[in-house]
Design a binder for this molecule. Structure first.
Ligand code: PEP
Ligand code: MN
Length: 353
């Protein structure tokens, strides 16, 4: 059975191991611990580390390959390493690596992905493709196509979030709609969540993993280290093998198939949602018709569309109203921004007719 099939049959399929392979001892210690916890189906270990700044630890390189290969062979669990160029592919294959993955900083670059695809031609090794660092679903899909065209068909997607400039909560914002969009295009490809790189901290790992499970993800890739606080890379987000077990035990796994009775019940809610969406659209049409009236008025009186003071006041009062109705600030803000933008577009079209 190929890896994608295995992943789909084990829920959650757990990929665990250190961010970076550091020493022979660290590699054996973490892999033995993962084996004795008994929850890991595939071991991960970074050999070459694409780091943002050049003064960070950039991976132990080729000398780490026999360490991870031996340690994983000893416990009988296959292992995966990240490859970013043809040389990495060649070395990884030389050491009988079971699975390769392409990192976020590589998926973003079609030349690099093509180089890897070309280097893999003729092999049938499974490859996991992380999302690109920017939220571009087509770039992610493009990477799948490049590998498929090179004859590599055992493919899996890993969602690790997207880069932003400073964020209060996440290291990489999840933007869940991107992996959902990927699944619409590539429905056969299993989807793994990497909560470690999304969260960047350990206290959010469970919450992100749970959300992934509730969105029907097939598995999780979680960075684990024998002594996380001493890790040479990504120390803040790594956990021990024991903590990984605790986390997995707390996960609630819900089914995505329903009995007819539950389906009927859900269906009555769905019908209500449909009716409410119709009402919403009705209101939006009325709202936009008024915007066009306003546009005509402004044209007649020769005044600009954007009245900043008015918009500011309106926003404040709506946010106040939302608060009392228990609607979140972010939610209401994004709706109002969208309405405002459309309203401006309508007014512009009326004015410049
Ligand atoms: C990693 O898995 O350690 C890694 C470098 O991740 P990403 O490509 O998601 O940044
Ligand atoms: Mn890492």
């Amino acid at each position: 059975m190929n890896l994608a099939e295995q992943i789909k049959q084990t829920r959650p399929f757990v990929i665990a191991g250190p961010c970076s392979v550091e020493t022979e001892e660290q590699t054996h210690t973490i892999i033995n611990a993962l084996k004795s916890e008994g929850k890991t189906q595939l071991i991960r270990g970074g050999i070459w580390k694409p780091r943002t700044r050049p003064d960070s630890f950039e991976g132990i390189g080729e000398q780490g390959l026999p360490w991870i290969a031996e340690a994983s062979k000893k416990v009988g669990i296959p292992f995966a390493v990240e490859v970013a160029n043809a040389k990495h592919v060649e070395l990884a294959l030389q050491y009988n690596t079971d699975v390769l993955w392409i990192g976020a900083r590589t998926t973003v670059n079609p030349f690099a992905v093509q180089e890897i695809a070309d280097a893999l031609r003729g092999s049938n090794i499974p490859v996991m493709i992380k999302n690109p660092i920017n939220p571009d679903v087509n770039l992610w899909i493009g990477a799948f196509e490049r590998l498929q065209q090179a004859g590599i068909t055992d493919l899996t997607a890993i969602h690790r979030g997207f880069s932003v400039y400073k964020h209060d909560t996440y290291r990489n914002v999840p933007t869940w709609e991107i992996p959902i969009a990927l699944k619409q295009e590539l429905s056969d490809v299993p989807l793994i969540c990497d909560p470690s790189h999304i969260a960047g901290r350990t206290d959010l790992l469970l919450e992100v993993s749970q959300k992934a499970m509730d969105l029907n993800y097939n598995g999780l890739m979680i960075e684990t280290h024998p002594t996380p606080e001493k890790a040479w890379s990504d120390a803040k987000q790594q956990i021990t093998a024991e903590v990984l077990t605790e986390l997995l035990t707390k996960l609630v796994l819900r089914s995505n198939v329903m009995e007819q009775r539950s389906f009927d019940e859900l269906d009555t809610y769905r019908k209500q949602v449909n009716a409410l969406d119709c009402e919403l659209f009705d209101v939006l049409v009325k709202r936009m018709n008024i915007s066009e009236e306003i546009g005509r008025f402004k044209k007649e009186h020769n005044i600009t569309i954007l009245q900043e003071e008015h918009w500011k006041k309106l926003l404040e009062s709506r946010l106040q109203m939302a608060k009392s109705l228990n609607l979140s600030d972010d939610f209401v803000r994004s709706i109002l921004d969208a309405i405002h933008l459309e309203s401006i577009t309508r007014q512009i079209s009326v004015m410049n007719k």
